[in-house]
Design a protein around this ligand. Structure first.
Ligand code: NAP
Length: 306
């Protein structure tokens, strides 16, 4: 089979850190073009935006690495000209946007892949398998990182549709919805939103998974050790996932870890979906964020500069 001619859109942190190396190492794809207003990739044809790129360059697919706000229009533009589309997380700002994209992709006969990179972390699949026939009694999710360390200058993240602390936090929800054997429901929440901003710097959420309470803490002001962990208490002991799902500890066993293969796995999956003529869109993590935004008690905190 000829490699898929791919256009990469939004040449920022994640495009450079993860997408470019994963694409370069995957023989099923060739990077044919990119669209970015400021980013440059040596030796690859660049365009200002996706409309210009799709009109000028023969492509089979695009991968969108832009912030979530605006991604709906970019994805729709690509689908309407018959391109397969891979979306960074979160897949869209609203649930109706992602539903409209699913329908447009179905009508156009193209693949839509809403990625959740954290689900590809090494500990996630074995955690899911281990939890499948356990009784869950309690879950604790702690996702605490320093916005200034990981997102310097990303003003969009605290704007409307920027998700705030839910930008990393949705990764935890993507893992939880993947490994827990029952659906999650939001029961109550508080969110801290800095004055003059639209999206929160912190959130505390009470959820439920079957009969088990699930306590979720998201914090964007964590200095010192950074924490991306999920603990699941069961009738057979406590399962722990740490470092975003890359470290797994089962009760009574040593920690296990593997080299990071999240983005190579995402591109391998995109290639399989295109070959099979299928889409993969799971909105459950986005639905939990949306429910939290609807139900949360919002506290306005002091102004904050990213
Ligand atoms: P970023 O560094 O700000 O890069 C985003 C790029 O998108 C920018 O370089 C910009 O390129 C383009 N863009 C288009 N419209 C934009 C707008 N209205 N505002 C700002 N930039 C715009 O962001 P990122 O960290 O790569 O994150 C992008 C997406 O990847 C997010 O959905 C995020 O959740 C996801 N992600 C990020 C990470 C991470 O570690 N940073 C990890 C996993 C997933 P031009 O200005 O040149 O057009």
């Amino acid at each position: 089979m000829e490699p898929v001619r791919l256009g990469l859109v939004g040449i920022g942190k994640i495009a450079r850190d993860q997408h470019l190396p994963a694409i370069a190492a995957d023989g099923d794809f060739v990077l044919a073009a990119y669209a970015s207003r400021h980013g440059r990739i040596d030796g690859v044809q660049g365009y200002h935006d996706i409309t210009e790129m799709a009109a000028a360059c023969p492509l089979d697919a695009v991968s969108l690495c832009t912030p979530p706000d605006g991604r709906y229009q970019q994805a729709l533009t690509a689908i309407r000209v018959g391109l397969h589309v891979m979306l960074e997380k979160p897949p869209a700002v609203t649930l109706s946007h992602i539903a409209a994209l699913e329908q447009a992709a179905r009508e156009a006969g193209v693949t839509l892949f809403a990625t959740w990179h954290s689900r590809e972390a090494a500990g996630v699949a074995p955690a899911r398998a281990w939890l499948a026939d356990r009784t869950i009694t309690a879950v604790r999710i702690d996702w605490r990182e320093d916005i200034r360390r990981w997102h310097p200058g990303q003003e969009w993240i605290l704007g409307p549709g920027g998700f705030g602390v839910f930008d990393p936090g949705i990764n935890a929800l993507s893992i939880a919805t993947e490994i827990l054997p029952h659906e999650l429901f939001v029961e109550s929440a508080t969110m801290d939103v800095p004055e003059g901003r639209a999206s929160p710097l912190a959130a505390s959420i009470a959820m439920r998974c079957g009969d088990a309470p699930v306590q979720v803490e998201f914090d964007f002001l964590q200095t010192g050790p950074q924490t991306w962990s999920i603990e699941v208490d069961t009738d057979a002991g406590t399962l722990r996932l740490a470092m975003g799902g890359s470290i797994l500890q089962l009760p009574g066993e040593d920690e296990t870890t593997q080299p990071d293969r999240e983005y190579p796995r995402l591109y391998a999956r995109f290639s399989e979906l295109i070959a099979a003529g299928r889409s993969d869109v799971d909105v459950r993590p986005l639905r939990l964020v949306s429910d939290t935004f609807l139900i949360a008690d919002r506290r306005v905190t002091e102004p904050f500069a990213v």
